[in-house]
Design a protein around this ligand. Structure first.
Ligand code: UDP
Length: 324
């Protein structure tokens, strides 16, 4: 058993990783400013520190009091579209505030980090599936902010001995029985399509039907949130610092997602075709051989229908999300 401080543990991915950590018998602390996260997504068994990464003194207080063996860092802004209109928000939070966390860890002697990175660091990839050796040329400030942080991590490892595992997520989706996706402003495809079936939106929107893909809509690699969480558990035990692409290797188009949502919900889900959203690459699919080979990760919930069924079950049970 270890002590793990989960920064951003009240958010979508963080809350489900906390659930896995508790199930595995770890002692868990959550540090969150509740700007995107939800108090009801915090398991009562964890020690909760409400604080903001902009303030290094509160991070140091939490680290000093909780004395974690490792930190998991989920607290970031992660919307491609928003980053194209508010780059300052992305560089301030994802780089400057993230650096506060690293500096606090260094000063408090915490030597291990699991970091949420993203496939958006690759931009429009040279080839698909995307393996770790491809050049990283982000096409939006979100991807750039995460790439800058990846570069900082290399140097903190080399100079300060702060070891890390950076997991480059593809598209997190689905829910556990207890926790699911509830963003205050929802922009993600699957929850937005399911909101139509819940009667909360009139129609699903497709951002671009003229991409160079078989049906003209963007293709993404959707990974079940529980498979994502299991990768974090393995990352805690990783023998050395590393970057891993984390997706299943399968690709699903926007139109295929909408069709699957129709099949799962039994709702006709009307659709509006919209122009492309700025900053979206046409096709993002992970090559996940490295994490499978080095950490023994095996996704167990790859079927997109099952992923959407788990999300639908959570939304039906929580039609207003966490209600805050
Ligand atoms: N998308 C869409 N309609 C929506 C939301 C998203 O067509 O209501 C598209 C978006 O342009 C992208 C894909 O669905 O091609 C996945 O977008 P999402 O925001 O879920 O995740 P991202 O890939 O940006 O992290």
């Amino acid at each position: 058993m270890s002590k793990i401080l989960v920064v951003g543990g009240a958010g979508y991915i963080g809350s489900i990783c906390v659930e896995e950590l508790l199930n595995a018998g770890h002692h868990v602390g959550v540090f969150d400013n509740l700007s995107e996260g939800h108090r009801r997504a915090i398991d009562p068994r964890v020690r909760f520190f409400q604080g903001d990464l902009a303030d290094i003194s509160v991070i140091k207080l939490a680290l000093t009091e909780f004395q974690p063996d490792a930190v998991m860092h989920f607290a970031a802004n992660a919307l491609v579209g928003e980053s194209m209109t508010k780059p300052e928000k992305y560089f301030n939070n994802n780089v400057c505030n993230g650096l506060n966390l690293l500096n606090a860890m260094h000063e408090c002697g915490v030597k291990r980090l699991v970091f949420s990175s993203t496939c958006a660091t690759f931009g429009i990839p040279e080839s698909v599936p995307i393996h770790e050796g491809l050049p990283q040329n982000p096409i939006n400030p979100y991807g750039e902010s995460k790439l800058i942080f990846e570069k900082i991590l290399r140097w903190y490892d080399e100079i300060h001995g702060l070891t890390f595992v950076a997991l480059r997520y593809f598209n997190a989706a689905g829910a556990s029985e207890q926790f699911g996706e509830d963003h205050r402003i929802e922009t993600h495809l699957i929850p937005n399509v399911l909101k139509v079936a819940l009667g909360q939106r009139q129609a699903a929107e497709i951002y671009g039907t003229d991409y160079p893909t078989p049906d003209g809509t963007c293709i993404r690699d959707y990974i079940h949130i529980r498979d994502l969480a299991s990768a974090h558990m393995l990352a805690l035990e990783a023998p050395k610092s590393a970057f891993y692409n984390l997706g299943t290797g399968g690709g699903t188009s926007v139109k295929e997602i909408i069709d699957t949502c129709r099949a799962v919900t039994g709702h006709e889900i009307p659709v509006l075709e919209r122009p492309r959203r700025a900053g979206d690459p046409p096709r993002l699919i992970a090559a996940s051989e490295k994490i499978r080979a080095e950490l023994g990760w095996t996704p167990k919930h790859q079927d997109i229908r099952k992923i959407i069924e788990s999300a639908w079950a959570w939304h039906v049970k929580h039609p207003n999300g966490y209600g805050d």
